[in-house]
Design a protein around this ligand. Structure first.
Ligand code: CAA
Length: 384
């Protein structure tokens, strides 16, 4: 066992850190306030090869490992989680799923521009459409129907809380093709957003990650060619679960980044703010808080890297990704709340960033499987 990053991983970590400082930090408060999608930042990420980090170069990706992906997600999330969620969904839910389970034709047509994050100079992103108004944690309870019409399917239904919902060019849509078969009657389809019958709802006005593009998407008699189904008939739910296991590593790393961003700001503030005649960092009550924050962050980091390592080594990572996600997201919520507390009144205003990080932290306990769902996955995994 060794705890050292290799040279390439260190280089990627530095590139992500520089990108976050130089491209994401300027304007992050205003984008949050105006709920503005960080288009320029995501385009730049695409140029750096970060929108298809783990995708093979033959399909337009950067061919990096999952450890590098965790490192980059952490650095970018320290500054702007609205940018990193867009990156996470495109990388691990869309590109990874297509590369692993898509047909060669599907990869040639869709994966290459998705992994590059752009086509003809414009953004080209993917979205993952599983959640519905009445199917969140209970994901097998799909109400979106795909009717088999021979050479094509016809989709009807509504999807909710879709990251990249408006910006994406390509949707991966889960839908029920045979209600009597339950989870085995679900399929996943590649759907081009500009297909007739698709309507995108208004942007959700959210507590956190306010720049990210979250919409509902409605399908009314949408024709999808049969060749756009991913895998064999009935593979759609399994596709969603397997893909989400990797997605959860990305969100765990996002939570880790939010926590470490808030922690770094709390340390800086504690070293310069004086109270009762000395810097507050020299009061034991603050030192103990910082010590607990640092320890929990390090534990979260090790869980994230462990899950990524399992994935890179071809091991089953379902359990380790759920453990990383539940621990890192709960750490993010706790650490950001403490960071606000250390800042006192300053922590409660926007200029000091920590209130935004606290708002951003909350979603990591909800999306890509709530903390409760992660505990279901872990519980079943350890008891099987
Ligand atoms: N890999 C492969 N197959 C799996 C699997 C996995 N990891 N997990 C479950 N399955 C299979 C099961 O083996 C089962 O098949 P069998 O019937 O042959 O045994 C089938 O799928 C159904 O599984 P369960 O019986 O375990 O299903 P369940 O109804 O009890 O639900 C659950 C399980 C874990 C709660 C699941 O529904 C779940 O993960 N829910 C949360 C969904 C989620 O994460 N949504 C996030 C939306 S995407 C998002 O947020 C993206 C974004 O924009 C940021």
């Amino acid at each position: 066992m060794q705890f050292q990053l290799n040279e390439e991983q260190l280089m990627i970590q530095k590139a992500a850190r520089d990108f976050a400082q130089n491209e994401c930090l300027p304007g992050v408060i205003e984008r949050d306030e105006k709920q503005q999608f960080p288009e320029a930042q995501v385009l730049k990420l695409a140029e750096l090869g970060f929108m298809g980090m783990m995708t093979a170069p033959e399909y337009g990706g950067a061919g990096m490992d999952s450890i590098s992906y965790v490192l980059a997600m952490e650095e970018i999330s320290k500054i702007d989680a609205s940018v990193s969620v867009c990156m996470s969904v495109n990388n691990s839910l869309v590109c990874w799923g297509l590369e692993k389970y898509g047909s060669e034709e599907q990869k040639q047509q869709y994966l290459t521009p998705l992994a590059q994050g752009r086509k003809e100079g414009s953004l080209y992103l993917g979205a993952f459409l599983l959640s519905e108004p009445e199917a969140g944690s209970d994901a097998t309870s799909q109400h979106t129907i795909a009717e088999d019409k021979g050479d094509h399917y016809v989709l009807n239904g509504t999807k909710n809380w879709i990251t990249n919902g408006k910006t994406a060019s390509i949707y991966l849509v889960m839908a029920q093709t045979d209600v009597s078969k339950g989870s085995k009657g679900i399929n996943t389809f590649i759907v081009e957003k500009n297909t007739a019958g698709i309507t995108v709802g208004a942007k959700e006005n959210k507590l956190g990650i306010r720049g990210s593009d979250t919409h509902s998407v409605m399908f009314q008699d949408v024709k999808v060619p049969k060749q756009n189904r991913i895998g064999d008939d009935g593979f759609g739910f399994s596709f969603a679960m397997k893909t989400l296991a990797g997605g959860r590593i990305g969100i765990a790393a996002q939570a880790l980044g939010i926590a470490s961003g808030a922690y770094e700001r709390a340390v800086d503030y504690a070293k310069q703010r004086k109270a009762f005649g000395k810097e507050i960092a020299h009061h034991q009550i603050i030192q103990f808080k910082l010590a607990d924050m640092a320890t929990r962050i390090e534990a979260a980091r090790l869980l994230c890297l462990r899950a990524a390592w399992e994935k890179d080594n071809g091991n089953d990572y379902t359990l380790s990704s759920s453990m990383a996600k539940v621990y890192a997201s709960e750490t993010a919520m706790w650490v950001t709340t403490e960071a606000v507390q250390i800042h006192g009144g300053y922590g409660y205003v926007k200029e000091y960033h920590v209130e935004r990080l606290m708002r951003d932290a909350k979603i990591t306990q909800i999306y890509e499987g709530t903390s409760e769902v992660q505990r279901i996955v872990i519980g079943r995994g350890i008891l099987k």
